[in-house]
Ligand binder design. Structure first.
Ligand code: ATP
Ligand code: MG
Length: 329
């Protein structure tokens, strides 16, 4: 699932959404459940519930536009599922504060959100426990996530192990599934910062217009500061444009948009030798990203015109999820 703290971005797409659609269409799973974690989003946005409420529908629109099919996947909202809260309450007894403090993602998020100075809300500190409830309530066995979520899955696995040991085999042990492509596991922001994240304002959103995408690429993405003239040799490592090409481009993209090269290795070699301009690289990246983004944008516009159906999908998913999670409780 996702926190409805904003519209979804390219990091979500490569880290998790794309895989969810593949799993959904693989026919290998009896059930796919997707949770919009609005209560978890409140743990660091308690003063701004309106933001969370508004973004729920944005996230559903993003799901539908990337190809989540409501006839195959159940989309539901955390705050409407009381069983998740009850499970969280019991699981809290199985986790120590020392263990939560060691969780590297929690640690870095505490820093990033300024809680280290302001004081740490108990709810935020405990959110990995509620995430264990979100996962286990559905008996999820496979959980497709970006790399930042591995410590959460580890925490969940420990809770499952302990719960089953004390109370008898009850909960299903989940496994994380992260992207094979290294750049997709944690897509950096357009500013080159470690992670594209709603909270850092360095995103290309799935719903951004082509003009905005172009502006982000041309205005925000740095290349190689030493590559002053086209003829200068350039660096591809740490060069945001090439990081994004690593994450998104395929050999077919070269045939379609930049037939001078057969693949990314050839293009990189030319950049390193000198003679390949940043403008050409950025234009190619724009075309590559648009190949993913244009159809998503069109689908989103279509669903946005039919917003009543979107609310109905959410309502139906929530009824179904209530049955599943109550049963587990
Ligand atoms: P927030 O800043 O509110 O935490 P976020 O942008 O980190 O938002 P989440 O809702 O926390 O998004 O994450 C949802 C899913 O998307 C998780 O599986 C996470 O690993 C994945 N994800 C988020 N950002 C990225 C990224 N930059 N690269 C790869 N996967 C990502
Ligand atoms: Mg996050």
């Amino acid at each position: 699932g996702d926190r409805p703290t904003g519209r979804l971005h390219l990091g979500h797409y490569v880290g998790s959404l794309k895989r969810r659609v593949e799993l959904q269409n693989s026919g290998r799973f009896d059930e796919i459940n997707i949770l919009i974690a609005d209560d978890q989003a409140l743990t660091d946005n308690a003063d701004n519930p309106g933001k969370i409420r508004e973004n729920i529908i944005n996230v559903v629109l993003d799901y539908l536009s990337v190809g989540i099919d409501p006839t195959k996947s159940t989309i539901c909202v955390q705050s409407t599922l009381p069983a998740l809260h009850a499970l969280t309450f019991y699981y809290m007894n199985l986790v120590t504060t020392a263990r939560l403090s060691r969780n590297p993602t929690v640690k870095s998020e505490i820093q990033m959100r300024g809680f280290a100075d302001e004081g740490l809300p108990v709810g935020f500190f405990a959110y990995p426990v509620s995430q264990a409830a979100d996962i286990t309530a559905f008996h999820a066995n496979v959980v497709p996530v970006g790399e930042d979520q591995l410590p959460m899955l580890e925490q969940t696995r420990e809770i499952v192990e302990k719960f089953n040991r004390i109370y008898g085999e009850t909960l299903t042990m989940p496994t994380a599934m992260i992207p094979e492509n290294e750049m997709q596991r944690r897509l950096p922001g357009v500013d080159g910062k470690a992670k594209m994240s709603k909270s850092l304002g360095n995103c290309i959103y799935l719903s951004d217009s082509a003009a905005v995408v172009k502006k982000q690429i041309n205005g925000k993405m740095f290349t190689d500061p030493l590559h002053l003239q086209i003829s200068d040799p350039g660096h591809t490592e740490g060069n945001v444009v090439f990081t994004y090409l690593d994450a998104f481009c395929t050999d077919e993209h070269f045939a379609e948009f930049l037939p001078d090269y057969a693949n990314l290795e050839e293009m990189k070699a030319h950049y390193r030798r000198g003679g390949l301009g940043d403008g050409t690289c950025k234009k190619f990246l724009f075309n590559v990203l648009e190949e993913t983004l244009a159809p998503i944008r069109e689908e989103r516009a279509r669903w946005a015109k039919d917003i009543d159906t979107v609310y109905d999908i959410l309502a139906a998913g929530t009824v179904k999820a209530a049955e599943t999670t109550n049963e587990t409780l």
